[in-house]
Design a protein around this ligand. Structure first.
Ligand code: NAG
Length: 86
């Protein structure tokens, strides 16, 4: 809310990808993980951003998004080009 200029809030897409803990919860208590995702969805919809949904990421996608996030942060805040995660 603070970092993105107010006039760009409604054009800013937001996705929530739940990770390993929620993946595990979906195996042991799918009703609980569904309730959790519904609550998170309701909260995120209350913000002015363009909310595109909450879902449980596969472990493969979690790895890919983690790699992209680390490199994005390094490039933007530390000014290093790329880091390989083996
Ligand atoms: C929970 O796991 C089941 C079985 O693998 C899957 O079909 C379902 O899509 C999962 N729930 C979510 C919210 O991803």
């Amino acid at each position: 809310m603070k970092e993105i200029p107010k006039e760009q809030h409604d054009q800013t897409p937001v996705y929530l990808g739940a990770t390993a803990g929620t993946r595990l919860l979906n195996l042991t208590g799918p009703t609980v993980s569904d309730t959790l995702l519904a609550a998170v969805t309701a909260t995120l919809k209350s913000y002015p951003f363009d909310f595109r949904g909450a879902e449980i990421l596969s472990s493969q996608n979690e790895g890919v998004f983690g790699w992209v996030t680390v490199n994005y942060l390094l490039e933007n805040f530390i000014k290093v080009k790329a880091v390989g995660l083996a």
